[in-house]
Design a binder for this molecule. Structure first.
Ligand code: SAM
Length: 248
């Protein structure tokens, strides 16, 4: 079927690709990728032949040039499969403008769901999953990051951040300034050989020697602010204590 196919790819383990993703990569008229070598490698691992098809590079820097070419192919009724380097395209990855333009031009946009670092980390974090906010990468400069964290840390939801392993320590220190007791989870190298999940308060994690030498790909998760975590039982307990004190 014609249209744009947004194909999720593994975030570590190559076998975490879906059967449908393989079908789509096999059948698409045109292949587009954030990095064409990564796409060709993935197809190679799973034995999908190129059969003379082109793999077009599409990323943030060349989008103004290659976007129109992909749109042209869609207008001609082609099926175009797009994948980013890892995980779900568009999520802290290129593809959003392409998907929007395709939809606006009346092309069919299909999703081929699969791995997502944010959701994988949330699933194994042990933090509440009923409401969460994915805030992407914090700004790189220290002052902008502190302001950014202060803002998002107030959100009444589990907070999911992507972070460079070099900056996790600094981010945890900044978080200690805001709320040292915030339950925090560092999820590293998910589905890979050195997968590791470190849980604790922001203060505990900031002092953890494993954090200062962190390597690989990292997702940082924060529990919702403690004020929003009050259980009805706690309220009752607090009220009884107050009433007890008043009657004295
Ligand atoms: N679109 C991707 C997805 O849906 O998973 C995310 C792309 S973003 C450019 C890359 C960031 O995702 C990394 O810096 C890291 O924060 C996170 N990430 C990707 N793979 C990961 C993994 N295997 N373990 C932990 N974090 C990962």
């Amino acid at each position: 079927e014609p249209g744009l196919y947004l194909v999720a790819t593994p975030i570590g383990t190559a076998r975490d690709i879906t059967l449908r993703a393989l079908d789509v990569l096999n059948a698409a008229d045109l292949l587009a990728a954030e990095d064409t070598r990564v796409m060709r490698h993935l197809m190679d691992i799973h034995g999908i032949p190129l059969r003379g098809r082109r793999v077009v590079s599409y990323h943030d820097h060349n989008a103004p040039r290659t976007g129109p070419k992909l749109m042209e192919a869609l207008a001609e009724g082609a099926s175009v499969a797009y994948a980013s380097d890892a995980g779900t395209p568009l999520i802290a990855d290129p593809g959003y403008r392409l998907a929007r333009e395709a939809a606006q031009a009346g092309a069919r946009v299909h999703v081929v769901p699969g791995p997502s670092a944010a959701l994988a980390a949330l699933s194994l974090s042990g933090l509440p999953t009923d409401r969460f906010l994915f805030a992407g990468f914090p700004p790189a400069t220290a002052s902008a990051r502190a302001t950014w964290l202060r803002h998002w840390a107030q959100t009444d939801a589990t907070l999911i951040l992507f972070e460079s392993p070099r900056r996790v320590n600094q981010t945890l220190k900044e978080l200690c300034e805001i709320d040292p007791n915030r339950v925090t989870v560092v999820a590293r190298e998910l589905t890979k050989k050195f997968e590791e999940v470190i849980r604790g308060t922001a203060q505990e994690l900031a002092r953890d020697p494993r954090i200062s030498s962190l390597k690989g790909e990292v997702v940082l998760l924060l529990d919702r602010p403690s004020a929003a975590r009050v259980e009805p039982r706690d309220v009752e307990h607090a009220l009884r204590a107050r009433m007890g004190a008043m009657s004295v």
